[in-house]
Design a protein around this ligand. Structure first.
Ligand code: PEP
Length: 276
């Protein structure tokens, strides 16, 4: 059963996949298949806020996705895959919070391991993004996670602690409001992303418990208890139930399995089963 203070969030990260035409087809199938695919009680779980769904398409598909999401029989948040910390300026290739807000986008992903590994994102730039976006009113899905080498050399907790403290504003800088639902932490072990190697439920729970302990140490038990922690890394309809059964796993951030309407619906259905 989902923790009643936190509920369940299922977020699909499309990365650099799906053209506008493919986006249209995805949403049209999602709409047609949802009534059969989602179990009874899903509408109530969405209505009460215990279940939330989110899709993170490429920037060019944000506006279209937002429009198509409004036609679905269930609520679906649309999030940006990234955003700059400055509101405007000479930052070729970036988009800003006000640009996204003008479209109606209120959620953003920050610090994904592909940004860190392939595009030079550092703890410092991820921190600047999350702090600025939280201050601008966004919900931020902030990614943390260790590489295989870091896990094998026993550094997992140290890495998570370093990345997490980067994501968090200083105590007293309005952190309480961020930690009351607007900052979501996604634990994504780098070795599990796109590899088919999922962390075991025990590994996921152990890391999530450690992250919640770090939140508790820094901001106290109330903030720690309220913050949603998602697991990401080769989540699929076949393994999501055992991951969501972990007491500190409050949802999933999913790449590959969010690209097809059937599997995305199956993930949402798993979230709904956790929110009776
Ligand atoms: C991701 O993109 O955040 C991710 C976890 O990808 P995948 O589910 O494909 O491993």
């Amino acid at each position: 059963m989902a923790n009643p203070d936190r509920g369940v969030l299922i977020a699909g990260n499309w990365k650099m996949n799906h053209t506008l035409g493919e986006t249209e087809r995805f949403f049209s199938e999602l709409k047609a298949k949802a009534p059969q695919a989602l179990p009874a009680g899903t509408a109530e779980a969405f209505r009460s806020g215990r279940l939330r769904g989110c899709l993170i398409p490429p920037q060019l598909a944000l506006e279209r996705s937002l429009r198509l999401a409004r036609e679905l029989p269930f609520p679906l948040e649309i999030a940006s895959q990234n955003a700059h910390w400055e509101k405007q300026g000479a930052f070729t290739g970036e988009v800003s919070g006000p640009m996204l807000q003008e479209l109606g986008i209120r959620w953003a992903l920050v610090g994904h391991s592909e940004r860190r590994q392939l595009f030079g994102e550092t703890d410092e730039t991820a921190r600047k993004r999350s702090e600025s976006l939280l201050t601008q009113g966004f919900v931020v899905l902030f990614c943390v996670g260790e590489t295989r080498a870091e896990r094998e050399s026993g550094q997992t907790h140290a890495v998570l602690s370093r990345q997490l403290s980067g994501a968090l504003p200083e105590r007293g800088k309005g952190a309480a409001s961020f930690l009351d639902g607007r900052l979501v932490i996604a634990y994504e072990p780098v070795w599990a992303i796109g590899t088919g190697l999922t962390a075991t439920p025990e590994q996921a729970q152990e890391a999530h418990q450690a992250l919640r302990g770090m939140l508790d140490e820094r901001f106290g038990p109330e903030a720690a208890a309220k913050t949603q922690l998602l697991y990401g890394g080769s989540v699929a309809p076949s393994n999501i139930d055992s991951l969501l059964a972990c007491p500190d796993v409050d949802g999933a951030l999913v790449g590959g399995a969010s690209l097809k309407p059937e599997s995305f619906l199956a993930l949402l259905a798993a979230g709904a089963r956790r929110c009776p």
